[in-house]
Design a protein around this ligand. Structure first.
Ligand code: MN
Ligand code: MN
Length: 256
C-alpha cells in the first residue's frame, strides 16, 4: 500500500513508533477490533465495510512495523542506540515486538466489541480520532522527511475511516442518541445537573453552553449544595438567592 523510505535511523523515534504498532490505539488494535466486529455483524453492508477497513489496518500494521523496524535496527549493535529501548535491543535484537512504546504487551483488552452495530460504530469513530492524534504527535516529533511522509499517509487514512464509520452510522437511519432499543425516560433525559459549582482556583465558574441552555433542557442545581447554602445564608450576606423556590449559589466558593 505504501513504500517506506527512511533517511537516517533514529532509535529513539523508533521506540515512539511502537505505540502505533502494539499500543492501545495502534494498527493491530484497529485491525482486530474492526475484523472481529465484522465477524459478528448481521448487517451485510456494514460487515463488508468493517472487513474492508479491518484488512486495510493490517496493511497499516505492516507499514508502521516496517518503519519502526528501520528506526530500531541500529539497536542490535550500538550500545548508545540500545539505551533508548533496552527491551527491544536486548530481548528483540532491534526488531519490532507487539508492545507499546513503554514495553507493555499488546492485549485484546484494548478492543471495544459490543455486538451492537451502532455502539461499535461510535467506538470506531472515537478510535479513528485517537489514531489520528497519535500520528499527528509522532509527525511533530519527527525530522526525517521519508518517515513524515509515511506517517502523513497513515494519518490521512484514519480520517478517511472516520468519515466512513460516520456515514455508516448515519446510514442506519437512527438518531444520534438512539442506542439499542429501549428509549430513555422522558424528562430525566432532558435534565442537566449542575453538580460542580462555585469558583475554582483558576477562575472556573459555572458556564453555559448548548448542553444546558438549549430549548427543552432544564438545569437542576445540585441539591446538596443548595441545602447547605440555605442553611448558611443570612439576608445581609446576600450570597444566596431563591429562584423558583430553588436555591441559586453565586460564585465564590471552592470548586468541588
Ligand atoms: Mn490505521
Ligand atoms: Mn483507521
Amino acid at each position: 500500500m505504501f513504500t517506506v523510505h527512511v533517511g537516517e535511523a533514529d532509535p529513539r523515534f523508533g521506540n515512539m513508533l511502537l505505540e502505533q504498532f502494539g499500543g492501545a490505539n495502534g494498527e493491530l488494535a484497529a485491525a482486530m477490533q474492526y475484523s472481529v466486529q465484522g465477524i459478528n455483524c448481521e448487517n451485510m453492508a456494514c460487515k463488508d465495510l468493517l472487513m474492508d477497513i479491518g484488512t486495510e489496518e493490517l496493511s497499516h500494521l505492516e507499514i508502521i512495523g516496517t518503519l519502526a523496524r528501520m528506526h530500531l535496527k541500529p539497536m542490535k549493535k550500538s550500545a548508545d542506540a540500545a539505551e533508548h529501548d533496552p527491551l527491544i535491543a536486548i530481548a528483540g535484537g532491534g526488531g519490532v515486538a507487539l508492545c507499546n512504546s513503554m514495553g507493555t504487551s499488546w492485549t485484546a483488552d484494548y478492543l471495544k466489541i459490543t455486538g451492537d452495530l451502532d455502539v461499535d460504530l461510535h467506538s470506531n469513530i472515537a478510535a479513528e480520532a485517537r489514531a489520528k492524534i497519535v500520528y499527528e504527535r509522532l509527525i511533530n516529533f519527527c525530522d526525517d522527511p521519508g518517515t513524515k511522509e509515511a506517517l502523513q499517509f497513515l494519518m490521512t487514512r484514519e480520517i478517511t475511516h472516520m468519515r466512513a464509520f460516520m456515514q455508516a452510522l448515519d446510514s442506519l437511519g437512527k438518531g444520534p442518541l438512539s442506542i439499542g432499543i429501549i428509549p430513555p425516560t422522558p424528562d430525566i433525559v432532558d435534565q442537566y445537573y449542575n453538580d460542580s459549582t462555585g469558583q475554582g482556583d483558576q477562575g472556573e465558574v459555572d458556564t453555559t453552553g448548548p448542553w444546558n441552555t438549549q430549548e427543552g433542557i432544564s438545569v437542576v442545581e445540585a441539591p446538596a449544595l443548595s441545602d447547605f447554602q440555605v442553611l448558611k445564608a443570612t439576608p445581609k450576606a446576600g450570597r444566596t438567592t431563591l429562584n423558583n423556590g430553588k436555591a441559586r449559589v453565586t460564585p465564590g466558593k471552592t470548586k468541588r
